[in-house]
Design a protein around this ligand. Structure first.
Ligand SMILES: Nc1ncnc2c1ncn2[C@@H]1O[C@H](COP(=O)(O)OP(=O)(O)OP(=O)(O)O)[C@@H](O)[C@H]1O
Length: 250
């Protein structure tokens, strides 16, 4: 991240332990990091290294065992459950591997759902821009089952953007897509960062997907162990292959 850039999300000394006693698993160990506003960050690491846990704690989907998480100036630990629910609805967007669309709703209704749930009116000009950017203007009356996987993910991205969130979190957003369709979705995420200064944080296993990011951060065994700025897919793959050789420190 540019050291001058404002942090959209900041985690400080975040640890997360699942379970208790002998069954306890420490998924994150004292992770500190700032995700710069208007940047695209990919989070990588071996299976079980804590990527999804970091994403979930950063997005207010889960609470850390210790440490703090800030979304802009808001300390998530200070929020009650209902406030956290509202924050997730109003201030962050999510894109998951499984598109999680409502099958009974049209594309337009799916995109507008977060606003409907919040009782907010759509900003028509923003909606038009989002729909145009994701390339779904001709599909607004269709239902998800009538769309390809890539189109469905683009609906999910439009839904994530419609509230103008401070951060869009993606958990393997291209995991269910073929290479070409995945590339379309990645180009779209890249373009929303470039044109709207949107902040995107994406967990991925795929070095090619990670290479669309401004920065790739690497987790190993619950710790942040390094980063690469604007890397090629080969550089990411190479770093992944050598993750075990690294010392700590980002
Ligand atoms: N709800 C849970 N209860 C108990 N252990 C959990 C839970 N969620 C995650 N873990 C454990 O915490 C560790 C980190 O999991 P996490 O899902 O964050 O890793 P990941 O890097 O996203 O893995 P993957 O790439 O396989 O999705 C793993 O050892 C996992 O088994």
């Amino acid at each position: 991240m540019d050291s001058q850039a404002r942090a959209a999300v900041r985690v400080a000394g975040v640890s997360k332990t699942y379970g208790k006693g002998g069954a306890a698993v420490q998924a994150l160990r004292e992770v500190s990091y700032s995700f710069g506003a208007g940047t695209f960050t990919a989070v990588m690491g071996p299976s079980g290294s804590g990527k999804s846990t970091l994403l979930h704690c950063s997005a207010g989907l889960d609470r850390p065992s210790s440490g703090s998480v800030w979304l802009g100036d808001t300390d998530l630990a200070a929020l009650k459950e209902n406030q956290l629910t509202r924050l997730r609805r109003d201030r962050v967007g999510f894109v998951f591997q499984a598109f999680n669309l409502m099958g009974s709703l049209t594309v337009r209704e799916n995109i507008l759902l977060p606003l409907r749930l919040a009782g907010r009116r759509p900003d028509r000009e923003w909606l038009r821009q989002v729909v145009e950017q994701v390339g779904l203007a001709q599909r607004l009356r269709h239902r998800p089952a009538e769309l390809s996987g890539g189109q469905q993910q683009r609906v999910a991205i439009a839904r994530a953007l419609v509230t103008r969130p401070e951060v869009v979190f993606g958990d393997e957003p291209t995991g269910a897509l073929d290479t070409r369709t995945g590339a379309d979705v990645l180009r779209l995420l890249r373009s929303v960062v470039d044109t709207h200064r949107q902040t995107v944080v994406m967990v991925t296993h795929d070095p090619v997907a990670a290479s669309y990011a401004d920065r790739v951060v690497f987790l190993a065994d619950g710790r942040l162990v390094g980063h690469l700025d604007r890397p090629s897919a080969d550089q990411v793959a190479n770093r992944m292959a050598h993750l075990d050789d690294w010392g700590a420190g980002c």
